[in-house]
Write a protein that binds this ligand. Sequence first.
Ligand code: MRU
Length: 359
Amino acid sequence: MSIRPHQEQVLSSIAQETIQPIRWQNDGLRLLDQRVLPEQVVYLDIDDVYAAAAAITDMVVRGAPAIGITAAYGVVLAARQRFQENSATWREKVDADLQYLKSARPTAINLAWAVGHMARLIETLTDVDPVPQLLAAAQQIHADDIAANRRMGELGAALINPSSAVLTHCNAGALATGGYGTALGVIRAGVSQGRITQVYADETRPWLQGSRLTAWELSQDDIPVSLIVDGAAAWLMKQGKIQWLIVGSDRIAANGDVANKIGTYSAAVAAHHHGVKVMVVAPTSTVDMETASGEAIPIESRPEDELLCIGGKRVAPAAVGAWNPVFDITPAELIAAIVTEKGVVEEPDCEGIARMMNT
Ligand code: MRU
């Protein structure tokens, strides 16, 4: 397995393609290391499929669509290596690589979706070099994701009244996608149209996607953002300070239940109590029609140390353990609208989701 650090100018303005967490460059995969943002802007060169899987598990790259796109490029790396090793037997070896890649993180369905898409393409390939076709497919997944985000930005922003204030949780921005973002795509579009005049971001314990990533990303686009601790969300709503809670998703079940970063559920319960609307923004690659409801969505647990330590230093007493589920399920009845690139499902349920997926 090989990962090589690489210093590079990353920042591009919204006029270009916003921040790019994933690049295919010089015949290889390059990932922005999200573990060290915002202090350091470092790209890592990912040389093989096992390094791609490790980058997903270790959160070099994170966010459901970004994980899927990385996996698609990971399949290209696997096929290139296995075909070079033996052009007659490469398919069997790649199959095992793909199974491994798929298990890098359990909750985001975009990972299995992208690997499945690439695996079906592999089945159709003849015995010529598979790399050009697989690379074209991975680049298409990447480009489609950015286009979907732009579309969702417009659809979601149209639901928001002028001069509104919104809260977002975790990071569902350019960093979590191919570019532009899902929830942050709506916020970008809403700000540019004057519909959103104030953005609050939960800091998002324990990994701080809100304070390290969302706040950094929005500040790159000169969008003012106020950070709050996760526990302040209900109190913010009680003050009447926001009209919408806008989040992304790792998996949407067939009935409209939504898996997203831990803390989304409590924010949605608080929103329901205070009459704040909840908008979930996600591409259809996040919708899992095979999963009937949120109860069947696997919830990732991560190491206790993510909670017990801050900045590598233990802050909890030595004898104390922790419970660290990193996603939760928000039931469909708490959600006002699910926005995908295919359209908006208001008050989501089985029929609404099925209708949207079949359009
Ligand atoms: O653990 P993470 O940082 O991968 O969790 C990410 C989220 O929960 C995002 O909200 C979700 O993946 C949507 S990203 C467009």
